[in-house]
Design a protein around this ligand. Structure first.
Ligand code: ATP
Ligand code: MG
Length: 297
């Protein structure tokens, strides 16, 4: 699998918690992906000069730092753990992607109200993220022994390997199933788009920017709504101020209704029922909230 230098390369997780949403994001950006290569280590965008490298998530920072892939999608937890072990930052975090949210937490076999960080002094803590945990402990002046495990960290207390663990948690169900409770937050994470800091040559750089713009559009669209409403002209300022994340709404006169206008705006933050109630209370009527299919900022 030697990379085709005429194409851009993006590393994503081959199979796991980030793979499906990484692919969906790229599809949302208009890429038509097809499997290529016998062992499915790569995929190709048919309508954009981009090859996907399908790898283990732990390898993604290395690929991007070395410039083998110009871009990658990876969890901030994996990225930061990698970066803490490198003398120089060779990766740039471009964009938070809004999926793969989880937290690296210290957990143990006791209840949260019995716990204080000081109880970790002199203890053994098992984790797959020794650098993130090490930094956390050091910043708080806690002297504990970090035991590095590749997987099945949640079994460590039962096996007598460590008294506590530090592992990724999203719902807490795995911890619970192992008789453990989350006790302290070490690092909050979500999937991010990353880019190599190695120089990307001209044509490739342009392609990378074009892809970034499209992906930004997909992320912005996920939250954004198009709002249309009627408003009394004299309350326009008040109503505009309520519209979440809207810049410079369009205001159009309403034929046959002097003193009233139609307002149209793209809201780049979530629009809740409560927002609509506030708009109505400020005199707005005929309020429509519509999804946006595509957007380029
Ligand atoms: P690989 O074979 O690629 O090394 P993995 O087992 O290391 O896979 P996954 O469990 O698929 O990794 O998790 C990938 C990423 O998904 C994590 O690094 C993290 O950023 C994110 N993630 C989101 N929720 C969770 C969770 N509850 N537990 C673990 N990871 C999560
Ligand atoms: Mg992994």
């Amino acid at each position: 699998m030697s990379p085709d230098r005429n194409r851009l390369h993006l590393a994503i997780q081959k199979s796991g918690r980030l793979s499906e949403q990484s692919r969906d994001l790229l599809k949302g950006a208009g890429l038509k992906l097809s499997q290529s290569g016998k062992n499915h280590l790569a995929a190709r965008a048919e309508n954009f000069p981009l090859d996907l490298m399908l790898v283990r998530d732990d390898d993604i920072p290395t690929f991007v730092a070395d410039g083998v892939c110009e871009l990658g999608i990876v969890g901030q937890n994996v990225l930061e753990e990698y970066a803490l072990g490198q003398p120089e930052r060779r990766i740039e975090e471009l964009l938070r992607l809004g999926f793969g949210r989880c937290s690296l937490r210290i957990a143990g076999p006791e209840s949260a109200d019995e716990f204080a960080l000081d109880r970790l002094q002199g203890q053994r803590i098992a984790t797959s993220y020794p650098r993130l945990l090490g930094r956390f402990l050091e910043q708080r002046g806690i002297d504990a022994e970090v035991v590095t495990m590749r997987g099945a960290v949640e079994l460590a207390p039962r096996l007598g390997i460590a008294g506590y663990i530090c592992d990724l948690v999203s719902t807490g169900a795995t911890l619970e199933a192992n008789g453990l409770t989350a006790l302290a937050d070490v690092f909050d994470s979500e999937a991010v788009l990353i880019r190599t800091r190695r120089p990307i040559d001209g044509a490739h750089a342009e392609k990378a920017d074009a892809l970034l713009t499209r992906i930004e559009g997909v992320i912005a669209t996920a939250e954004s709504k198009y709002i249309v409403l009627n408003a009394p002209e004299e309350r326009l300022a008040e109503i505009s101020a309520i519209l979440p994340g809207a810049e410079a709404p369009t205001v159009v006169p309403l034929i046959g209704r002097p003193g009233h206008v139609a307002v149209q705006a793209v809201c780049q933050e979530s629009v809740f029922w409560e927002t609509l109630e506030r708009l109505k209370a400020a005199g707005a009527s005929a309020i429509l909230v519509m999804p946006i299919e595509k957007m380029m900022l």
